[in-house]
Design a protein. Structure first.
Length: 351
């Protein structure tokens, strides 16, 4: 029988959670990082554009499209740092994959949880190439929705097993410790960001504040550290003092987007940076020496979401963890769209 053309596989939040739990969070992160790594190796064949952002006083709504020529994908995502005050997430998302040859959607999926996983997988993938290989201790600053995913990705891909946590809201750090208990970490909850950095070989900043914040100042950053800067991802929303950037070797996803949104918005527009995909593909060096400060200026790029959706699509074909969504009109005769409406009317029971 021919597949029904109107049906699109839909991965709800419920099915996404079932899928992640069936695979296991750490295995999911490792396999997802593998998909991102594979797509970074074929970076040049993708359609690329900085994301389309609609800014407001409270936050941003963004569309993130890309295509590898066979499959097209996009993500809808918001960033509203004040949302948590009225019980909403700072970041929510959903995404689509579609067939380039006929334009029909192949998948519609929740991406709020998937974004946390893909952001963490990308961060840990970057650290695999940029952090000191002996790094086991990470300062994790900002202990909100993304934090546990970051911690687990760094454990699974880099071998981090000691976390030094700091958040302006101590209850967020306590939540992290509770959620990660028994998963192979030693924890220290710190009273300041400066204290969190003591003895850390990696620092992840993943705070949410819509301003030029200074989560790290220059004096806090010692030689040899790897900085994974995740929370500065929008114009006017950064986490690091500009002096740190000038002492670091800076790695970014897609420069035309990062120069608008990342930490490097604080630097001149031609300031030299290395594209992470070039390091992954062996075309540029990652960490070169023990004293080098490496900075992954993460903002989140469309290809990572494409990789994540591609990974989920493979997994749901195997597990069948999806619903069938009646998303597309599919008249018996393609040009008779109005006739389809008339037949639906005729089929309605008489009032
Ligand atoms: P969240 O609101 O759930 O958590 C943010 C945490 O940061 C809160 O616990 C808050 O108390 C803490 N915080 C705020 N200011 C702080 C400060 N000065 N020092 C220490 N802690 C502070 O948000 P989330 O979903 O975890 O997202 C965190 C950030 O990551 C957001 O800015 C978001 O836009 C960004 N993000 C980036 C990517 C990417 O790909 N780069 C992806 C997802 C989210």
């Amino acid at each position: 029988m021919l597949p029904k053309l109107n049906i699109v596989p839909f991965v709800s939040v419920d099915n996404m959670m079932k899928l992640i739990l069936a695979i296991g969070v750490e295995r999911f992160l490792i396999e997802l990082a593998g998909f991102i790594e594979a797509d970074f190796r074929r970076w040049e064949l993708f359609d690329k554009t900085p994301r389309v952002a609609s800014h407001s006083k409270e936050g941003v709504i963004e569309l993130m499209p890309t295509s590898d020529g066979a499959v097209y994908g996009f993500k809808y995502v918001n960033g509203h740092p004040k949302n948590t005050r009225d019980g909403r997430q700072t970041v929510t998302a959903f995404g689509v994959l579609a067939n380039v040859s006929n334009g029909y959607p192949l998948l519609l999926s929740e991406m709020t949880i998937l974004t946390a996983l893909r952001t963490a997988a990308t961060s840990a993938l970057a650290a695999k190439y940029l952090a000191p290989s002996s790094a086991r201790t990470m300062a994790l600053i900002g202990n909100g929705a993304q934090a546990e995913f970051q911690a687990l990705a760094f454990k699974a891909l880099v071998g981090v097993n000691r976390l030094r946590l700091y958040d302006i809201d101590r209850s967020a750090s306590l939540k992290c410790v509770r959620n990660l208990a028994g998963l192979g970490f030693d924890f220290e909850i710190c009273a300041t960001a400066e204290e969190a950095l003591v003895g850390a070989e990696i620092v992840t900043t993943v705070t949410a504040d819509k301003r030029y914040a200074t989560i790290l100042t220059d004096n806090m950053v010692g030689a040899g550290i790897h900085i994974n800067a995740v929370g500065g991802d929008s114009p006017g929303k950064t986490e690091l003092h500009a002096d740190i950037l000038r002492r670091s070797d800076i790695f970014v996803e897609y420069p035309p987007q990062t120069r608008i949104e990342g930490e490097i918005q604080q630097l001149p527009p031609d300031y030299p940076v290395t594209e992470l995909w070039q390091v992954v593909a062996g075309e540029a060096p990652g960490r070169r020496d023990a004293g080098q400060i490496t900075l992954f200026d993460s903002v989140g790029f469309a290809i990572e979401d494409f990789s994540a959706l591609r990974y989920v699509r493979e997994q749901i074909e195997r597990t069948r963890l999806y619903d069938e969504l009646d998303l597309l009109a599919d008249p018996d005769e393609p040009r008779d769209l109005f006739g389809m409406l008339l037949r639906a009317q005729a089929a309605q029971p008489a009032a």
